[in-house]
Design a protein around this ligand. Structure first.
Ligand SMILES: [Cu+2]
Length: 315
């Protein structure tokens, strides 16, 4: 019974978010479904924010716990925003997290165009960065930060870049990809409602890369976005440089918690040769990694069956 109640609350929360974001009442006709958990553990597992797993994933709200993400006008080529605090004034004091005061992540609503950048803070509380919005489309911008005196937060806001939009289909699930001449392979698959180990292994020209450079306090930084609503997920590196057990590649392991079945896009930032590279993967939680598993008989709902199928109500 507890599970049913929790899911119902989650669905209501999502509907409210979409209503606020788009100004329409019926964008979501099916809430993401958490399946396969009947022992209630997921509802009580604490995350790094000290909250519980039945709290909404990060990035779905533009305003949370008194803090609001406010884009501000900026010259061409620049993206600027403020975080309004509980007193309504721009927040000017932040705590360092993952080596930075502010992490700004952007992606188009079709999950293309991912960028992870670090804006600079002006004394008046305005954050500025060379715009990471690299082309026309509906973008989601995520501010991941910890205000001094408050809990860590990820707020999200929609930003439209005018122009002719070419919607890109989500790439099919894969366990290997290439970026900038590196090959990155993924082992492990996220499972809804529990912590899963994901290992990414980097090679170049067939040789393992065993001298990755620390980036944001780790040998890799992994962001996951959920297809359909771009929920922003915490993925914790398992081990940090200098802890005596974590090696600088070729394998980097993360602990991922996904809140529901369905498709996710993973973005791995890693640094080698003095440059940051981003490897991207589509993964399907709660299903075989191929993502085209037919729906079995029985009551288990599936979140992956929409993959590649038009007219299913997702974006
Ligand atoms: Cu960052």
């Amino acid at each position: 019974m507890r599970t049913v109640t929790r899911l119902a609350g989650f669905a209501v929360g999502l509907a409210a978010v979409f209503g606020a974001t788009y100004g329409v009442g019926r964008v979501v006709d099916r809430a993401p479904v958490v399946e396969g958990r009947h022992d209630g553990d997921a509802a009580h597992a604490t995350d790094e924010r000290g909250g519980t797993a039945d709290r909404l994933p990060g990035g779905l709200l533009v305003s949370e716990r008194g803090y609001t993400l406010e884009p501000v006008d900026a010259p061409p080529g620049e993206f600027a925003f403020r975080i309004a605090g509980p007193d309504g004034r721009p927040v000017t004091r932040y705590e360092v997290a993952h080596d930075k005061l502010m992490h700004l992540i952007v992606a188009r609503r079709d999950l293309s165009g991912f960028r992870h950048v670090h804006p600079e803070l002006a004394p008046d509380g305005t954050w500025r960065v060379d715009t990471p919005l690299t082309g026309p489309g509906q973008w989601r911008a995520f501010a991941d930060f910890a205000p001094t005196g408050g809990e860590p937060l990820t707020l999200g806001v929609d930003v439209t870049v005018p122009g002719e939009l070419t919607e890109r289909p989500l790439p099919a699930p894969a366990t290997s990809t290439t970026v900038d001449g590196y090959t990155v392979t993924l082992t492990g698959a996220p499972q809804p409602g529990r912590t899963s180990s994901l290992t990414l292994t980097v090679s170049r020209d067939g040789q393992p890369v065993a001298d990755l450079e620390p980036y944001l306090g780790a040998y890799g930084h992994l962001v996951a976005l959920r297809r359909g609503d771009l929920a922003y997920l915490h993925v914790h590196p398992d081990g940090t440089p200098g802890d005596g057990r974590t090696r600088p590649g070729p394998a980097v392991t993360f602990l991922a918690e996904v809140p529901s079945a369905g498709s996710y896009r993973l973005y791995l930032d890693f640094q080698h040769g003095g440059r940051v590279h981003t490897a991207e993967f589509t993964v399907v939680a709660g299903a075989a990694p191929t993502g085209d598993v037919p729906t079995p008989s029985g009551p288990a709902p599936t979140g992956e069956a929409d993959h590649g199928t038009p007219g299913h109500g997702h974006n």
